[in-house]
Design a binder for this molecule. Structure first.
Ligand code: PHE
Length: 442
């Protein structure tokens, strides 16, 4: 039953985990999805509900995933097999592994576009183009099968190269380099954006809550976005938690990852909202916001090409540190359960996700559909499963005992038991029901 430890690995320090965990959490979800959804749902009012979802529901699930992973030192399937042997819980782990493939497949396609746009913007492909032509460039690019599959292949290839390096030498090493880089680029973009003439309107929109734009759907969108953004529900945090040392404090580790993720999502709004209002663009433009609306703006500002290139580098960096964490879930499963070498496991996990992504690279509708199935339903079902498993099957007291390792002074075990047994499962069930009722909420 023992995992081949030489193929598994462990973070070199708590900081190493925080960088890798934040690298996983901070992704396209923060820089692309968060500002878009906030724009559609009343700016600051949405941010407020989002914060409540993170603090009241998601943190408990994240701590549960980390505790499970560190306790069993295994991938999601292995965790359920070890802690509830002979039961159907292992299928929850299998769902996680399949979700890893499902999300990786379309995530890598969109990430491939961001990489393609780094080169397009750097080469000045949008200079002198009008809004319609810029929209055509995007649709030509994404419907060109060679470009779309090619960029997807390159992005997945880069991800696999990092994963071949292992937990410490690959994931942690690159997260420690790329996360500070991401923060520097983001801060530069925020400074550029808030100093644009006319940025004030965007700041007011983003900072002054418009409660009337906040509907039941917005609450659903906020919770769903929070689960996706914090990488919960498919076992990423179980897997990353399984590389944590028993000396590390799970509560503060989770707190750091959640704060960095939330802080960076909010900062991304500061980079995007003022720019949108300064140029009279539509904050609710939806998915095309990043690839169609923003290049128009970069055309109009001083050194726009440079800032535009920086923006797409930022997106690519955010995406690669997330994609490695998504592909690591099936990889860890193969290492632990099938006793494969890391090299073979990563090749199968990444290669499989590449093949599964080809239909999404060829059809935008298919991509949207994969996002609904895996990025929404699967993660919600997975998060609900984790909360029920930890709260009711494994037991909140065992989870609390795991939390005490590395944090002997932990004094909120009653509150944690309440959060994981009642608050999280009830609200995630409500979320699932609402999503079925309003399927287009996010
Ligand atoms: N959290 C990542 C993002 O915001 C996406 C992700 C989802 C990563 C699920 C891992 C697991 O882009």
């Amino acid at each position: 039953m023992n995992a081949p430890d030489n193929e598994r690995g462990i973070w070199s320090s708590k900081l190493g985990f925080i960088m890798a965990g934040a690298g996983s959490a901070v992704g396209l979800g923060n820089i692309w999805r968060f500002p878009t959804i906030a724009g559609q749902n009343g700016g600051a009012a949405f941010v407020f509900v989002y914060l409540l979802s993170v603090i009241l529901i998601c943190l408990a699930v994240m701590i549960a995933e980390l505790a499970l992973g560190r306790h069993a030192q295994r991938n999601p399937v292995g965790v359920y097999k070890t802690l509830a042997p002979g039961t159907a819980w292992k299928y929850l782990g299998i769902l996680g592994v399949l979700t890893g493939w499902g999300i990786a497949s379309f995530y890598s396609v969109v990430a491939g576009w961001t990489l393609g746009y780094v080169f397009k913007t750097a080469a000045g492909a949008f200079i002198n183009l009008g809004p319609d032509e810029i929209a055509t460039v995007f649709s030509d690019f994404t419907t060109n099968p060679v470009l779309s599959i090619g960029c997807h292949a390159i992005f997945m290839g880069l991800t696999m190269l990092i994963l071949y390096g292992g937990v410490k030498g690959g994931i942690e090493r690159w997260s420690k380099i790329l996360m500070p880089l991401l923060l520097v680029i983001l801060v530069l973009l925020v400074v550029r954006s808030v100093t644009l003439p006319g940025a004030g309107k965007g700041l007011a929109f983003y900072l002054k809550p418009n409660w009337s734009a906040l509907t039941g759907k917005s609450v659903v969108a906020a919770m769903g976005q929070a689960l996706f953004s914090l990488s919960l529900g498919m076992g990423t945090m179980i897997t990353y938690g399984s590389y944590l040392s028993r000396k590390d404090n799970l509560i503060s580790s989770a707190g750091w990852v959640a704060s960095l993720d939330t802080g960076i999502a909010i900062l991304a709004g500061f980079a995007i909202m003022p720019a949108i209002f300064a140029f009279d663009l539509d904050p609710a433009a939806g998915a095309g916001l990043i690839f169609v609306v923003l290049p128009n703006m970069f055309n109009k500002i001083f050194l726009g090409n440079l800032f535009g290139t920086g923006f797409f580098v930022l997106l690519s960096v955010a995406a690669v540190t997330s994609l490695i964490s998504i592909v690591e879930v099936p990889a860890a499963y193969f290492i632990d359960e099938w006793k494969m070498s890391r090299k073979k496991a990563v090749t199968i996990a990444g290669g499989g996700a590449f093949l599964a992504g080809i239909p999404a690279a060829l059809s935008g509708n298919f991509l949207d559909w994969m996002n609904v199935i895996f990025g929404q339903y699967s993660l919600i079902i997975g998060s609900l499963g984790v909360a029920i498993f930890v709260g009711w099957q494994w037991g909140a007291s065992k989870a609390n005992a795991e939390i005490m390792q590395g944090n002997p002074k932990f004094s909120a075990s009653t509150a944690y038991a309440f959060a994981i047994r009642f608050m999280a499962p009830v609200s995630i069930t409500a979320l699932l029901i609402c999503l079925i009722l309003f399927p287009d909420a996010f």
